[in-house]
Write a protein that binds this ligand. Structure first.
Ligand code: PLP
Length: 394
């Protein structure tokens, strides 16, 4: 039999899914599980968004449409980015795709050559190194370390840039650490990108899930419009994960290239979801702010109590809905802790190695369950922490 193309063997999966599958198995056996593994909001889209979708389907908005996305949505995205991020974006600098991941993959296919080197955060979203290898390039990690409050070390990044480096990917607020890159960090990254003529892929999917201050996009810095690709979408901020809708903002020549890839692959995102997405961006019920208020309460509750459990330590995340928890003081490998939590007390989290080598002493919990469930999870963790208390006391 002829083999599968080698590029597929270069890809890796996402750790959350295997934990989710095992957690579901345990549930089928009658066990009570608290799901803190998937990065999927427990909210659903606001009622006017669902109504808009229903109306769109009923009125026949189910046709092939523009490969770049329908004009009203591209224009609504440009207005939304001005309102929420103070960005000046032209409609022709926007391309709509079925999900942020697809927007990311299109951008990477359009700008990375085989043999290039691409810098990405470790820990970080596992698809960055995976798809980098998938397009034949070398994925070069830069560390987000606890001692630096998970901000990147700019000297490390500078030292890793070679003549083959073509792009730098980052994600702020970051999955899994919850770090929001500081203005100073963004300015230094921008300076490096300009000095070495790099593309910057800024995954801003968690930009709205921010607990203090105002979000700053690297694209707003001088000289960055022509080299930045913003990736964002509707999955997290608008709780529309299964609707599969994301977008990229990039210079027109790159959007044109991505558009050609769309034409050759999925043709367009569904028309009716795009129509409803215009309503989501309008956010007439202030659903986004309400969700963020709730995420903040969950963060405050979870992180404060978790830090009192022996062996666990967690910096307060400034954005996203994850808690990134150092478990090295338990004296047990993180995989073992994750396994004990799931198998013995039914708390599903992910061992941090799924997010890169730098995650090996960590667990990630998604704060996407109601507060009473988080309280229950903490009670359970506390109960089982007896297993490693002896180690911590030593
Ligand atoms: N980027 C990051 C950093 C993510 O955490 C995720 C989802 O977990 C995505 C992209 C994927 O987004 P989408 O579901 O819109 O494809």
């Amino acid at each position: 039999m002829r083999p599968i193309a080698t590029r597929v063997s270069q890809l890796n999966g996402e750790g959350a899914l295997s934990v989710f599958t095992r957690a579901k198995e345990l549930e089928r056996d009658g066990r009570s599980i608290i799901h803190l593994e998937l990065g999927e909001p427990d909210f659903h889209p606001a009622a006017p968004v669902v109504d808009a979708l229903r109306d769109a389907v009923a009125s026949g908005r189910d046709r092939y449409v523009s490969t770049r996305g329908i004009a009203p949505l591209r224009s609504a995205i440009a207005h939304y980015l001005k309102r929420t991020r103070r960005l000046e974006v032209a409609n022709e600098e926007v391309l709509v795709a079925p999900g942020c991941k697809m927007a990311l993959c299109l951008a990477m296919m359009a700008l990375i050559e085989p043999g290039d080197e691409v810098l990405y955060p470790d820990p970080g979203f596992p698809i960055y190194p995976s798809f980098t290898r998938g397009v034949g390039a070398r994925a070069v990690p830069f560390c987000l370390e606890e001692k630096n409050k998970f901000q990147p070390d700019l000297q490390e990044i500078a030292a890793k840039i070679t003549p083959r480096t073509s792009a730098l990917i980052f994600n702020s607020p970051n999955n899994p650490t919850g770090t929001v890159f500081s203005r100073e960090t963004l300015e230094q990254l921008a300076a490096l990108a300009q000095k070495h003529d790099l593309w910057v892929i800024a995954d801003e999917i968690y930009a709205r899930i921010l607990f203090n201050g105002e979000f700053m996009s690297i694209r707003s810095l001088p000289g960055m419009v022509e080299r930045t690709i913003i990736i964002d979408g509707f999955s997290k901020s608008f709780a529309m994960t299964g609707w599969r809708l994301g977008y990229a903002v990039a210079p027109k020549r790159l959007i044109d290239a991505m558009d050609m890839l769309v034409l050759n692959t999925f043709t367009c995102a569904a028309e009716f979801t795009q129509v409803a997405a215009v309503e989501a961006l309008r956010d007439s019920t202030n659903a986004v702010d309400a969700m963020v208020v709730e995420y903040r309460k969950r963060r405050d509750l979870f992180v404060a109590r978790l830090n009192r459990i022996p062996g666990f330590r967690c910096q307060v995340p400034n954005g996203s809905f994850y808690a990134w928890v150092n478990v090295e003081d338990t004296g047990l490998p993180a995989e073992k802790v994750a396994n004990l939590l799931l198998e013995e007390v039914g708390v599903a989290g992910i061992a941090g190695a799924a997010f890169g080598d730098a995650g090996k002493n960590y667990l990630r919990f998604s704060l996407v369950s109601a507060r009473h469930l988080l309280e229950d999870a903490l009670d359970r963790i506390e109960r089982i922490s007896i297993r490693w208390r002896a180690t911590v006391a030593r």
